[in-house]
Design a protein around this ligand. Sequence first.
Ligand SMILES: *Cc1c(COP(=O)(O)O)cnc(C)c1O
Length: 226
Amino acid sequence: MQQVSTQNRLKAIATRIDAAARKAGRDPAGVRLVAVSKTFGAEEIVPVLESGQRVFGENRVQEAKGKWPALRERFPDIELHLIGPLQSNKAREAVALFDVIQTVDRPKIADAIATEIAKAGRAPRLFIQVNTGDEAQKAGVAPGEAEGLLAHCRARGLAVEGLMCIPPVDEDPAPHFAALARLAESLGLAKLSMGMSADFEVAIAGGATHVRVGSAIFGVRDHAAG
Ligand SMILES: *Cc1c(COP(=O)(O)O)cnc(C)c1O
């Protein structure tokens, strides 16, 4: 039962991604679904893997470390994205575990990642997180400082592929997605990680190349757990 409903939910999302891309005159193959598995355990993630999904997002390094190494042994071709804030003292573990780090947002964390990449001989692909709403409590570099941070990353030998944002919850996300797309274009970056369960179609219309979808695949999260 679980297997069937998981498969159906994934299929429904794939259909919606496809339709949103076509409506925007885009190739659906240009939109990646990142299945956000935070708070869910292996028993809930395995059916999604068995349904063919291979790209996943996690918010916390510790939590991801507790469940993904074992899953990767069973499914070696997974691609794991860090989509939550990263602290410098977790940079080593993040570089070892993740294929993509979407939340580079300050020079200090770029430096820590560069140091760990040099030591590990393993280089996750990187996105810069932009705080498009200029929210005091939210992670992400201010839009006006993104160019400087990108230059800093490049000076440290880091290859940045794109930008990521999480718009303010109480605002229309479309202008935030548009602002992120304009910023990426002005910086010559091709990838855009934006859109979640509630607004991924809007994000695709705005140019998203990666949509991060959690609850629409896994169901409602226990809020206290993040
Ligand atoms: C939890 C989370 C998501 C997924 O949110 P849903 O609304 O469950 O789809 C996407 N991006 C980030 C950064 C998250 O923390």
